[in-house]
Design a protein around this ligand. Sequence first.
Ligand code: ATP
Length: 680
Amino acid sequence: QLTLKTGGKDPYPDWKAGDPVPYAALCTTFSKIEMTTKRLEILAHCSLFLRQVLRLTPEDLLPTVQLMINKLAADYAGIELGIGESLIMKAIGESTGRSLNIIKADQNEIGDLGLVAAKSRSNQPTMFKPKALTVRGVREGLMGIATIEGQGAQGRKVAGIKKLLSAADAHLAGKGGKGVDITKDKGGPSEAKFIVRTLEGKLRLGLAEKTVLVALAQAMVFHETTENSGRVPSTEQLARGERILKSVYSELPSYEVVIPAMLQYGIFDLPNKCKLRPGVPLKPMLAKPTKSISEVLDRFEGKNFTCEYKYDGERAQIHFVAHDAPQEYATTAPSAGKSDKGVANIFSRNSEDLSKKYPDILAKLPTWVKQGTKSFVLDCETVAWDTIEKKVLAFQQLMTRKRKDVKVEDVKVKVCVFAFDLLFLNGEALVNKSFQERRELLRSSFVETEGEFAFAAFANTNDLEEIQTLLEESVKASCEGLMVKMLDGPESSYEPSKRSQNWLKVKKDYLAGVGDSIDLVVLGAYYGKGKRTSWYGAFLLACYNPNTQNYETVCNIGTGFSEAILEDFHSQLKQHVIDRPKPFYNHSTGNKDQPDVWFEPRFVWEVKTADLTLSPRYKAAADQLSSGDGKGISLRFPRFIKLRDDKKPEQATTSRMIAEMYQKQESVSKNRGPAVDDDF
Ligand code: ATP
């Protein structure tokens, strides 16, 4: 229950009903959250603050939530922060009248740009008291910075950052550092600190997006009961509100749509008002890895399941609404492709808008649709297609396609779309139907066209030998292996954003290894030897821990790279070199373990490994192992496979998944574990 001591005082006496939410009030909450590691306390701080927003300034609920989760808009809008360190340092220097060298020296000493900004601010004499920042003002300022493009963009970004920093911390400015211990937030939490961390794309409060969602549900339930009727909500009401918001958000992951609807209709009526709709991509369902067909048979024993080819291309969620659809939907994605038939979008696994990459698909889409199919959301894989041999091509061919501003007439690598699921049809969400029903609807609403659009090949069998044969056939057909899916009953529903037990993947390559490849973030590099001296020859890689928001080192890698790739990576990575590791890198501090250069977390690489082992040199999942001796899990004989530019660093393999793989390997645990949210 939400009880935190406030000492009976109004924590924000200057914030009156109808006022814009003061940014300082949000920073006070951030600071309280930062000081605890207890999840329930974090949740309570967050929820109490949102209740206050709902009571005094509900119109600011959306920007408040956006700043709490550090996302200015839903993923499909493509608006990203993650501003590089050098631009931020420049802005701190210019806004506080300190030289870049001093800022760099501070950064070397303190190691946290947010604190450097706060310190700079407190040392700065003030001529006048700046107008206090508001949550909506900060969100707008950040939005301006994130969306600047074109000529002189860097300079204008610096100007935008300076503007925010100059208005920050009216209470700290001019104190000359006296009585102000920035590192402990004495003298009040620093707005500059949180602005800088927001700009860097990492608040590092231990505040997961999932927690904000739960806090929002709780705040709303309280608001609707206590604030309106004086009653305290029951535990059941709170749990129901939480369930509703989680389920609505998983179908419609856009706070821009969900929050206004919740304010208008209340949380309990939300499922009737906010449903999956074309134009807003849902987070895709993902699969759990397995190491053998017999493991699949064990897991699905007694269940009806189906085995599909696992195509090796790019995930694509295709949304469409015909102009003459009976119900009109707001197709809000920015680059929706319009044709004389309707409005269509293609989204990536990451909810990025791929419409500019695949105009050829958008152009042909209406011809694959049967009469009467007026609106839909398809889950598919786009695969490179050999038009002469009429067969699937390797994944590498697909990667040679341009990502942006592709013109249909210039397309060299043709793609075929393999559809494996239907999530929405003619105004109705299908996610709660069984897979059998969804598959039947998919097959009766579309028509296959050779080399353009096909249904995923499948067989409904539970015979080990038949599955083995299918696996071999899939590999011969240039697929990665099989996807094995629950076929009927509630367990076969579509579970957005879940890496679910009800979808298993069997990859041919990994049957003898750890069951799956691993996607890791590049944190550092070592200069090469011999022929490779002018490039990086080896790299330090890390997995991601969404709970602490830290990157945890997991291996060094120097195998699997061609000379051309190394040259390419050198030119990409050298633009992201930083002077020292970020405070959210969890790595060994031993002298001989330090890479020659450190990078901003930007690139995700897919890596294969022989097996996993414990090592004092790496930190992956160290806090999740029962040994508690500080050793982490590391990859043995890692080998580079490919760049995963469809994944953000936060979508790298999590330390929990590494721990699961390790435990499975060690047979420490036979526990199957529940489905987990993958994308938070
Ligand atoms: P991977 O490296 O295996 O693609 P991932 O984390 O991107 O990892 P997984 O859940 O592990 O995704 O594997 C499922 C992926 O396989 C889907 O995201 C999709 O792109 C692809 N895929 C290919 N064929 C199918 C299919 N028939 N059903 C579902 N997914 C398929």
